[in-house]
Design a protein. Structure first.
Length: 691
């Protein structure tokens, strides 16, 4: 169409020039064809063709203008939304900042001319920074503080961390610190009190999963080692893989037989159980296994990423949170796995869980973070069953002593040491309402930690049952076989438990500072067994030497009537090993108590005991005094009979209750006595007497 229009114009110009030059020639026949068409000479179709061509030109011009208008508007919109300040762009950058101040500093001509002078200035600056770290903390430069935080000197490191925590940073500076922190500094920030949550990195994005969580769990569990583990681990794994008979259809190697997961479902209070919950239970058991490569296998098989997916799907469930923190705490025992755990974003998650009101999740979280802390060597490693109650954060000042709580039969680290249940008290309603507002589920954490601030508080956990029928695992009696001799029969016996706990406590640093033991019921007997084993093995002698106080809550030193009732119906109740060992006629109990009395006298160890005077309901309209005064009184130290039953003897009514105040006074008295004894030993050049 454009060619036709051009041809017409060209012919028109030629014709006009020809007529002007030769006006006498005006023959119609000599007119160009285009002019004939324009003057009506030709067919009607030719005229229509010209009109269509003109319309097409107008349409194209209009469309081009519209396109240009749209593009100009889009560019204008982008320019308006674009940050004009380059520094604002730098603030929102998600990447690691390579350098701090970009301004070039003027070179020191003298220093460049004399290399010796340059090195001398560097050394002087380093010495000043080491001897006066407080001057560095006054700086607002994050790079300087991050550099000081990498110092090998503990004081400089902690001072820099405190400065990073105390300073009010802008958002971009918080991202700057989070990205630039090395692993040690990052963990240090996570274990500091009052750290701004903006100083922690966001969770990494997970790649798109081709399989569902359930299938990933099955692949992981079926790929883990199948040798060198106890029968309970196999039992939990089998139940997880056999859910829905999928394992039988696949014919997996983990088919050990069994009858489904009915008993496992009762382990959790969540009403709508899922397969993922059972798989997590099995993974917990695998992470507890004392095989050095077992946890590494879990990480190598992308277990960290799988746990992240579980968190994203079930992160609001308190049961899933407990299991996730439990597994991470077990994996964190191994230093070679710390990098994978940190890169997986678990430091950020654990830090957020520190503020939970759930006691179990809190203790699993503090244990996991403490195990991840590389600077925690002087506190040791917290293996499974050893929980850090206090302090949850790092402290500049050292801990003066360890206070260790061990629960009794049917107890636990998350429920035994709570405030007395409100429904069981006989206090006036007005006081009940006041207490209800400040009720605590763990008085060592909420009360004792404040009254004895410079002490480390540990809570010990171990499996215990009244009857073999209630055991979580049918092979529980052989749970510790892989740690003991094959000839040993009762692996759940008090002797075996105490040996296992003794080794775990040593790894946690118990024995390196003054220690006060607090036990309820059977927990008191375990304390005595632990100390007796510490006397027998030289590597544990510090634990015996540094014991400065022992407190018992209704400990059956001479047995319990509960064992007598259980033995009368042993074929019906099928009493557990721990109950059978509480027989009042037990020679082992007599020998243990005889040794303990001599130990207290020889080492001059303060001892405080509380005994129950009320009956404890057992159900079926039956109630008994489980530990009578003649059994709870050890015959050494100070003894008090308390108006309480066996369950409430270790649960104070409130912070003003007699039993709690006596407990706090006893701990302070023991620590004061130890300090006085140490001073006397230094002055007289003597040593503590050993048995």
């Amino acid at each position: 169409m454009l060619r036709i229009i051009g041809l017409i114009c060209r012919q028109r110009i030629i014709h006009n020039g020809f007529i002007n030059k030769y006006p006498h020639i005006n023959s119609w026949n000599r007119r160009p064809l285009s002019l004939k068409i324009l003057h009506g000479y030709g067919t009607l179709s030719a005229k229509l063709l010209l009109k269509l061509g003109a319309g097409a030109v107008v349409t194209m011009i209009g469309m081009s203008g519209l396109f240009l208008w749209v593009e100009i508007n889009e560019i204008d919109k982008r320019f308006r939304n674009m940050t004009t300040n380059v520094f604002e762009l730098e603030k929102d950058s998600p990447y690691i900042y390579v350098s701090g101040d970009k301004k070039k500093k003027p070179k020191d001509k003298k220093a460049s001319s004399f290399p010796m002078l340059k090195r001398l200035k560097r050394k002087v600056k380093k010495v000043i920074g080491e001897w006066t770290p407080w001057l560095q903390t006054e700086s607002n430069d994050p790079w300087m503080l991050l550099n000081d935080a990498q110092s090998e000197d503990w004081s400089t490191h902690m001072t820099a961390l405190k400065a990073l925590v105390d300073h009010q940073w802008d958002d971009y500076q918080c991202r700057y610190i989070a990205q630039a922190s090395d692993q040690r500094t990052y963990l240090g920030l996570a274990r500091m009190s009052g750290t701004d949550f903006r100083l922690f990195r966001k969770l990494p994005r997970l790649p798109l999963a081709k399989k569902c969580i359930e299938d990933q769990f099955r692949i992981l569990l079926s790929s883990l080692p199948k040798t060198g583990i106890d029968k309970c681990v196999k039992h939990f794994t089998s139940r997880a893989l056999n859910e829905g008979n999928i394992d039988e259809e696949r014919g997996g190697l983990w088919c050990f037989g069994g009858t489904g997961l009915e008993f496992t479902k009762s382990l959790s209070p969540v009403p709508d159980e899922t397969v993922e919950l059972f798989c997590l239970e099995a993974l917990v058991q695998h992470s507890i296994v004392h095989h050095p490569d077992n946890c590494k296998e879990i990480v190598d098989l992308k277990g960290i990423q799988l746990l992240q997916r579980v968190y994203h799907v079930h992160g609001k469930s308190i049961v899933f949170r407990r299991l996730l923190a439990w597994i991470i705490g077990n994996l964190a025992i191994h230093k070679e796995l710390h990098k994978d755990i940190i890169q997986g974003g678990w430091v950020t998650i654990l830090r957020s869980w520190l503020f939970t009101k759930d006691v179990a999740l809190y203790m699993h979280t503090t244990r996991a973070l403490a195990n991840l802390d590389q600077d925690n060597d002087h506190y040791g490693v917290y293996e499974d069953g050893i929980y850090l109650v206090h302090p949850p954060y790092r402290k500049m000042e050292p801990m003066f002593a360890d206070v260790i709580f061990i629960h009794g039969l049917m107890g636990g680290p998350f429920k035994t040491w709570r405030q007395q249940d409100l429904r069981t008290g006989d206090k006036p309603l007005v006081i009940d309402e006041k207490i209800r507002e400040t009720y605590t589920f763990c008085w060592p954490k909420d009360w004792l930690a404040k009254d004895c601030a410079n002490t480390r508080i540990l809570s010990i956990s171990y499996d215990t049952d009244l009857s073999q029928w209630s055991s979580k695992c049918p092979f529980d009696i052989e749970k510790y076989c892989f740690m003991c001799l094959a000839s040993d029969l009762n692996q759940r016996s008090r002797t075996k438990r105490s040996l296992i706990l003794l080794e775990k406590l040593k790894k946690a640093g118990v024995g390196s500072r003054p220690t006060i033991w607090i036990g309820h019921s059977m927990g008191g007997l375990l304390i005595k067994e632990i100390l007796r084993h510490a006397e027998s093995y030289s590597e544990y002698s510090n634990m015996l030497q540094n014991t400065v106080g022992i407190l018992f809550y209704s400990t059956p030193h001479k047995g319990s009537s509960l064992a007598k009732y259980s033995s009368q119906a042993k074929y019906l109740l099928y009493p557990s090993i721990e109950v059978q060992e509480l027989n009042e006629e037990s020679e082992q109990l007599k020998d243990l108590h005889k040794w303990f009395q001599q130990y207290v006298i020889d080492f001059n160890v303060p001892c405080l005991s509380f005994g129950e005077t009320e009956k404890t309901p057992l159900g079926l309209n039956m109630s008994i005094v489980i530990v009578p005064p003649e059994s709870s009184d050890p015959g050494v130290g100070e003894y008090h009979a308390i108006k309480a039953n066996h369950l409430n003897i270790c649960k104070p009514w409130d912070k003003e209750s007699e039993i709690y105040n006596m407990t706090v006074k006893f701990i302070r008295k023991c620590l004061l006595k130890h300090m006085v004894d140490d001073i006397q030993s230094l002055l007289l050049g003597g040593t503590k007497k050993a048995s």
